[in-house]
Structure formats: C-alpha cells, structure tokens
Design a protein around this ligand. Structure first.
Ligand code: SAM
Length: 260
C-alpha cells in the first residue's frame, strides 16, 4: 500500500476547485472567523488559508505535505507535525479553527466525531470553527448521471466529476469510501480515457491524476447534511451552513460555521 498524501502533493499543480478552495471560499472563511482573529489553528497546510492569517498554527500528519506546501511568510506562522485527533491541551487554545474539507479526509465516522470534540476543546469560549466540507447530496448520483457527465453537452471539471463518483459510492456502500474504489469504478464505467478526453475536453494529465489512488491506503468520508449535523452536535450547540462559490460542484461544498 502507498502513503496517499506522499504521492498526492506531486500532482498539486494539476488540482483546482473543488479540490482547492476557491477565492470566494477563502474570503468566506476569513469573514466567518474575522480577519484579525488573534490566534488561528489550521487543520492541514492549505496554502490559501495559510496566507490569510497572520497568527496561525497549522497541524498536519504528513511530513511530505508539510515539506511541499508549507511556505510561511511570517514568523508568527508555525507548523506542527501531528495527528489532529491527538491535539491535547499541550496545543493550547485558539480564537478560531479553520480547514478546507479536513473532515472529509478522516477515515471513519468515529474519527469525525472525535475531531469535532477535539476542535471544540481547542477553541476559547466564543471561538469559531469554519470549515468547507464535501457534502453528499440527498438525491443519489446514479451511473446514468455519471454517463451524462461524460456524454452530455456541458462538462464540469474532472475533479468535480471524480467527486460525483465518490459520492455515489458513499451512497451505495456507505461512507467512508476507499479511494481505490473510486479509481476502479471510473475504470469500469469509462475504460477508454482517450474517448473521455475527447468528449469532455479534460486534459489527459488531469484525468490521469486519478491514478494517484492506485494502491493508496486511504479512504474519504462523504456524509450528507443530516450526518454532518449529527457529527457537529458532538461538540457544538450552534452551527450554520454557508453556500459559497460558483465553481464546479460548489452546490455540494458548503462551509460550516460553528461557535463554541
Ligand atoms: C486538509 S485535507 C483536504 C485537502 C484540502 N482541500 C487542502 O486544500 O489542503 C488534506 C490534508 O490533511 C492532512 N490530514 C489528513 N488527515 C489528517 C489527520 N488525521 N491529522 C493531521 N493531518 C491530516 C493530510 O496530510 C493533508 O495534508
């Protein structure tokens, strides 16, 4: 099995929203927590969020992702190589915790519950948690929907399409979804990549980013709205959902804002 994030960062330059946070998303997260937020904890090393907060502690468990993406501009920005689930009192407390789809990168529903409780414990009273999520739609995505995604007249980008495969798998066999299953499903439904590229206009090197899932040891979680709300209730009494952006699949990538 391959370490997923070690390989993932080598394809970074080929990624775009929904896999990267669009400008609107970054602006909405900054607005939700306040630009002057004194002390921000970032779940991951998302460059667009790093550059948005002057006083920031980023936490990531992948040395390779930190090595590739961590380029702080200020001495008040620090990184810690650690698992989010292990962030105990030694990590201190923060006025805000932010992330870009960090919850979806966890390996089980139980881990999401744990992270919600950890995040809540790391916030000062009145602190804010703001995080974009990939939300599985209530209306299941069918194989016919996926075929229309290739054969239809209009096309979103490949990453949005790949996430629709993942969300349909999550609906059929339950979340979490093994990323090797996303690759197998794509290869089974669309064995001719040249034809896919021709019909959609997707560059072959972008389509081939899906091969990073080959032999990967990773799963991704795609809860629906109701499931996310059950998770957030583990640590927060109040939360709201912000729809944000016009990028491909933005309708399934809201931002949750929760107050401690
Ligand atoms: C934040 S998530 C989602 C990707 C996101 N869209 C971005 O722009 O960074 C990706 C990062 O989470 C990190 N990660 C995943 N699970 C983690 C965990 N349990 N503890 C710490 N870091 C974790 C990975 O190493 C990776 O760098």
């Amino acid at each position: 099995m391959r370490d997923h994030w070690k390989n993932y960062q080598t394809r970074w330059h080929l990624l775009e929203p929904p896999l990267r946070p669009a400008r609107d998303v970054v602006d909405a997260i900054v607005a939700a927590v306040g630009e002057q937020s004194s002390n921000v904890l970032l779940l991951g090393v998302t460059p667009e969020l790093v550059e948005s907060f002057e006083h920031l502690t980023a936490v990531d468990k992948s040395a390779e992702m930190i090595g590739a993406l961590w380029h702080p501009a200020k001495s008040t920005q620090v990184v810690r190589h650690a698992n989010w689930l292990d962030m105990d009192d030694s990590f201190g407390r923060y006025s805000a915790v932010v992330g870009d789809c960090s919850m979806n990168a966890l390996q089980s529903a139980g881990e999401i519950d744990t992270l919600v409780r950890v995040v809540s414990a790391r916030l000062v009273d009145g602190g804010t948690f703001a995080c974009r999520v990939f939300e599985r739609p209530d209306e299941p995505i069918t194989d016919d929907d996926l075929r229309i995604g290739i054969d239809g007249a209009t096309h979103g980008n490949f990453h949005a399409f790949k996430w629709q495969i993942a969300m349909s798998l999550a609906e059929q066999s339950g979340t979490p979804v093994r990323v090797t299953d996303i690759l197998s499903r794509f290869n089974r439904l669309f064995p001719d990549r040249e034809s896919v590229a021709e019909k959609t206009g997707w560059p072959m090197e972008v389509i081939n980013t899906i091969d990073v899932y080959e032999q990967s040891d990773m799963s991704l979680c795609f809860p629906n709205r109701q499931e996310f709300e059950q998770h957030f209730a583990q640590g927060f009494r109040e939360f709201e959902w912000l729809a944000c952006g016009t990028y491909d699949l933005a309708e399934h990538c809201p931002i949750v804002v929760a107050k401690s």
